[in-house]
Write a protein that binds this ligand. Structure first.
Ligand code: P6P
Length: 354
């Protein structure tokens, strides 16, 4: 009889006591995400075969990106799983311009949680059979329970997250999450449809030799990023670096957490705040990174301390092994004018200025 692994369901129940508000609601929420993950996984694995899932739709999502049918399927699947079980009072998704309030069908009290999700991150990779992922972030609502959820419930800094995780639909499908008590990874046994604890207490190595950045944008990078990339490329025997960039945040993050490395999506002249979304990409991945002993910043300040001003706000993202992020900061700190003033951004947003 081989080693018996704890299932995700057992792990959620066994550890729900970790959570001081534990009424089982967060456990049911995580179980809904587990269910949706299995359904999406099934379609991702058939992506090349199922005509009605493959390829572009003639619609665009609110990011102005052509929606891949798998994007839409994944978005609908997670929204349905979270809504039907009434485990949340609201959902925000990369695929939807506005947040989705969840009404209680039975006038029972509405859940106290909101979820923000990137249902299929890296979806442009789906049609070329490259790994994609799902990212989720969970908060307690800040407005009174039983009242309709508001934007304020979603625009919380990342340091208020109660849980966060990602799914990587790779050679195997893994769900990795934290509730603030470390990071644990579960691998799906597709024959049984059960996630087993395969990577307990995942930790980011303090150092690494992998840097992940789209160097095709090099000419648009801030000087500090250019200087850091040149530092990585300078061949000093004791420090050979390698560049690895999959074009899927979840995959690059996952590999760097296992081997040590840094992922950078910086600001650029074509995208002044970078490409990644604060609320449903950088905050959840930043929470996971810190819980695994890594670091997540915008090149200058902790990601989780940024006060959000917009549901789909973009921020520069530096994430991974602590000593590598700190080294990148040494170069960025020489250019203080490149630092973003989020308070000013919020003031402009609130004043309605363009
Ligand atoms: P680029 C996917 O669209 C994503 O949000 C991340 O998963 C990925 O790391 C990045 O964008 C890729 O962007 O501009 O390098 O193609």
């Amino acid at each position: 009889m081989g080693k018996s692994y704890q299932t995700l369901g057992e792990f959620i129940i066994d550890n729900q006591g970790d959570f001081k508000y534990s009424t089982g609601e967060l456990s049911r929420l995580l179980s809904s995400i587990r269910l949706a993950t299995k359904i999406v996984n099934q379609q991702v694995n058939k992506n090349g075969l199922v005509e009605d899932i493959l390829g572009d739709m003639d619609e665009e999502n609110i990011q102005g990106e052509k929606q891949k049918k798998l994007d839409v399927f994944a978005n609908e699947t997670f929204i349905k799983a979270l809504t039907q079980r009434e485990v949340v009072c609201g959902i925000a998704s990369e695929e939807n311009e506005f947040f989705i309030p969840v009404e209680s069908k039975h006038n029972s009290h509405l859940s106290k949680y909101v979820v923000l999700i990137d249902p299929l991150d890296g979806s442009s990779n789906a049609d070329v059979n490259v790994t994609v992922g799902t990212i989720f972030s969970i908060y307690r609502r800040v407005t009174p329970e039983g009242t309709p959820v508001t934007l304020e419930d979603f625009l919380q800094p990342g340091n208020k997250q109660v849980a966060a995780g990602y799914v990587v639909y790779g050679l195997s499908t893994m769900l990795v999450y934290t509730t603030g008590h470390g990071v644990n990874g579960f691998t799906l046994d597709p024959a049984l449809g059960i996630f087993y604890l395969s990577h307990p207490n995942m930790t980011y190595p303090k150092d690494g030799h992998i840097y992940s950045v789209n160097e095709g944008n090099y000419v648009h990078f801030p000087q500090g990023v250019k200087d850091y990339i040149k530092y990585c490329q300078k061949s000093e025997d004791d420090r050979p670096y390698t560049s690895r960039y999959i074009g899927s945040l979840v995959s690059d993050f996952h590999r760097n957490m296992l081997k040590g490395g840094i992922y950078i999506y910086p600001s650029g002249t074509t995208s002044p705040y970078g490409k990644l979304r604060l609320l449903y990409e950088c905050n959840p991945m930043g929470f996971l990174a810190e819980q695994a002993g890594g670091m997540a910043t915008d090149g200058y300040q902790r990601i989780l301390d940024i006060d959000p001003s917009d549901l789909h706000q973009r921020v520069p993202f530096f994430c991974g092994s602590e000593n590598m992020v700190k080294k990148a900061h040494e170069f960025m700190s020489k250019y203080p004018d490149d630092q973003i003033d989020y308070d000013e951004l919020k003031r402009i947003k609130l004043s309605g200025e363009k």
